[in-house]
Design a protein around this ligand. Structure first.
Ligand SMILES: Nc1ncnc2c1ncn2[C@@H]1O[C@H](COP(=O)(O)OP(=O)(O)OP(=O)(O)O)[C@@H](O)[C@H]1O
Length: 361
């Protein structure tokens, strides 16, 4: 019995992308006798999902009359993103994700580190730029305190590498890690931009930038000068953090940087003795803010001793306890961010004028 392509496509469309909910579109479809072969390419790193999706697609194809053998290949590819007009692109970097918070101490650096490690765990090539001049904490979180970046040509710096992630931090360039940075805005922006552009980033799908907290001149100028794909806002559910997060959102809106979503950190505390849940910083404030501003809600992280201890010991949760519930939240969050990056690219492409080239006869 001949396989009807229409029936096959309808069956495959029943398998949806776990993050976007959209039907998966098979490419390179071939039908020969009872043999069916096709590829599915996701637009975000999804190493942990491909095997299960492949099984679902094979099972769906086998429901179609006449299908005997199915060969399905599920892979993913990250595309680079168009950036704000007039901003110089960064060689070796496809997408830049800025992680920002209005208020200090809400967990922006912890989220940046775990986000980067979770993207890497999903198979992406990832870098982190620690631009937090007030308290560079990535060297500590990645266990590379005291190490210095090398330069092979006297012009560019080689990023350090930890857990497969390329790393550059303002902290590597200070002689004394406890030294306070007392830079005025323009000087800080210049130093940060230099550090960004003079690092020899190698073939990155994503560069995560841990921005300094606040919404002042430094953050505003950096968002204008750095080719940012989009921003992730980190907040706690506490009113004061939410009010500062609102200012952060306004800042990115002002400079036309898309906001990829909002993370609610320290959302609840689970007592390690009795399991009782307490909302120390308030309940669902981040969710409500995301709803109010029409932003994608990326998820909630608990206030957890494990998150704090693992980050402090130079091994953030995603690498210290990769099978834990918390690591699963970070990995889902990372895939969600990557999906938002891919969607931002599509939207940007849709806004761009279509250019058709006609050959002169
Ligand atoms: N979900 C969490 N549970 C427990 N502790 C956390 C959590 N998130 C962050 N922390 C801890 O809170 C402190 C502040 O976190 P972090 O340095 O990530 O915040 P930040 O917003 O980057 O701060 P800064 O304003 O200094 O840049 C750190 O000690 C960190 O380990």
């Amino acid at each position: 019995m001949p396989i009807l392509e229409h029936d096959l496509l309808a069956a495959l469309a029943g398998v949806t992308d776990p993050h976007t909910g959209a039907a998966l579109v098979p490419a390179n479809l071939s039908i020969q006798g009872g043999d069916v072969a096709f590829d599915v390419v996701l637009g975000y790193p999804a190493q942990s999902l491909t095997a299960a999706l492949r099984q679902q697609l094979i099972a769906a194809a086998r429901t179609v009359a006449g299908v005997q053998n199915v060969s399905a290949n599920v892979s993913w590819q990250v595309h680079s993103h168009a950036v704000q007009p007039g901003v110089q692109l960064l060689p070796g970097v496809k997408n830049i994700i800025a992680v920002a918070s209005g208020k200090g101490g809400v967990g922006k650096s912890t989220t940046s580190a775990n986000l980067a490690l979770a993207l890497a765990a999903e198979g992406a090539r990832v870098g982190v730029l620690d631009a937090d001049i007030y308290g560079p904490s990535q060297p500590l979180m990645f266990g590379v305190t005291g190490q210095k970046p090398e330069s092979h040509d006297g012009k560019t710096m080689e990023p350090l590498e930890s857990y497969g992630v390329q790393l550059m931090s303002i902290g590597f360039l200070l002689d004394n890690p406890d030294q306070a940075m007392i830079w005025r805005g323009p000087m800080a922006v210049q130093a940060l931009e230099q550090m960004l552009r003079q690092t020899h980033w190698k073939d990155l799908d994503y560069l995560v930038i841990d921005l300094p907290p606040g919404t002042g001149d430094i953050q505003l100028t950096m968002s204008q000068r750095i080719p940012v794909t989009g921003a992730v806002i980190v907040t706690t559910p506490q009113d004061i953090a939410l009010s500062d997060a609102r200012k952060g959102i306004q800042m990115f809106e002002k400079v036309s940087v898309p906001i990829l979503g909002l993370v609610e950190n320290m959302a609840m505390h689970v007592c390690s003795n009795c399991g009782h849940i307490e909302h120390i910083f308030g309940q669902d404030g981040g969710k409500a803010l995301a709803r109010d501003k029409g932003l994608h809600f990326l998820g909630s992280l608990p206030l957890s001793l494990q998150i704090r201890e693992q980050a402090d010991s130079g091994k953030p949760t995603v690498v210290a306890a990769p099978e834990s519930e918390v690591a699963a939240i970070y990995k889902k969050l990372a895939r969600d961010v990557a999906v938002q990056v891919a969607l931002a690219s599509t939207e940007q492409a849709a806004k761009a004028p279509t250019i058709s080239i006609h050959r002169k006869r």
